[in-house]
Design a protein around this ligand. Sequence first.
Ligand SMILES: [Mn+2]
Length: 508
Amino acid sequence: MEGAVELIANFILKEKRITIYGDYDADGLTATSLLVDFFSKFDTPISFYIPHRLEEGYSLNESAIRKIAANNTGLIITVDCGINSLAEIALAKELGMEVIVTDHHKIPPDFEPVCPTINPFRPDSRFPFRELSGVGMAFYLAIAVRSNLREAGFFKGRPEPDLRSYLDLVALGTTADIVPLIEENRVMVKCGIKVLIDSQRPGIKALLRVSGIRRDRIITTDDIAFRLAPRLNAMGRLGSATRAVHLLTTDSETEASLIADQMDSLNTQRQVIENRIVSEIRERIDRMEDLEGRRTIVLFDPKWHRGVVGIVASKIVEEYYRPALILKDEGDLLRGSGRSIDGFDLYQALSDLSDLLGQFGGHCLAAGVSLESKNIGEFSDRFEELARERIDTEDMMPKIEVDARLGLESIDPQVLKEIEILPPFGHKNPQPVFWAGPLKVISSRVVGGDHLKLRLKAKGISFDCIAFGRAASHPLEGKSLDILFHLGTNTWQGIESIQLVIVDLHVN
Ligand SMILES: [Mn+2]
């Protein structure tokens, strides 16, 4: 950090061009936007570069480095990428540029920094927390640069940037990247959500509008994960994500509105493409005669869109609950994405089959992969074989972890208040799940087409419950149930009441 900050301060004082090199996902886009906005507070010329997901791929590449050099850049700062781009960093230096890498992806075991490299996984890192997102790291870099400039007397006679205003971007990228919402991340997201609601950034306001999120209510990490982030990600999946940075950094309400609308329609397109592929896959799977006996799903097709195969794989795993690889057939080459279930380390499995693979990377539950078409038959067989050795039938049943048994008689506003301290919920800080039962069903009705509204009773105490997407279980009146649930509230005609949100139910 010290070396990076000194270099940056130098460029700011000399007013030489800095280019932020980012990534096309929500984390990379918010990280890029944060630093672009921050550096534009100084007189230093500032540019950014987001590689094209399908044409250029992830991280630095040669042609991008040459373009950036031609733009008179003196210093490249990477965010959310760059840790493995040694050849491109060497090229940048050859072309007369300095490079600073900030990245939160794992470091190779034999790593030797060739330029100032900020990464929480460095063995010599003194930072006490290793799970920052790319945008979290960009935020800390801004803090360090500001304090260096402050000490140098730079802000005498000019205002210091208020870094708290960037916490909206930090909350967005951190939640979207599914890093653990604990410690540093939890604090930044908790504070960031408040900044997000009141954000003065025209892009955030427009993004909230097209996502249908009203600013007069509480914004949750679910809103970020399921509404805001998918819209930002849609740009990179279907084309260039460059305009997402324009959205998040523009001062113009008109421009923000325009880009947000485009983004929203791209997201709708993405959903259409995704749903079409998912239903095609469903049909193919339903025709598989040996599905019951199979532990894995490996499918490919020339028509499938490579920008969405990852989310498609997630949906297939959710539905069929076994590791799935969904690939685009590009002739000689198959390229795509895989997702896994707890208990089967996908990255390990791919490593064990690396003799059949081209490039691959990822972690336990998600990975990207490419292989030659001629290897697909043998790969599918050996992948299935590995899964048979490593997954037992018990692993193939989705599990819900219960935090506590909570009888209806113990549910009161006080308990609810205590639970309200726990958000923001997310990875490693999940919303608590309670277990109650047996409960008697007093009434059962279908609401909103697909949801089930129940009134459940035990020991003379009853509560309203909602089970989303469970209309098929209707009618349940008179039956006895055990339920797993979250505690929530329901506001109806201005009156707030406790509502049990049913996660799963069992008819006794
Ligand atoms: Mn990231």
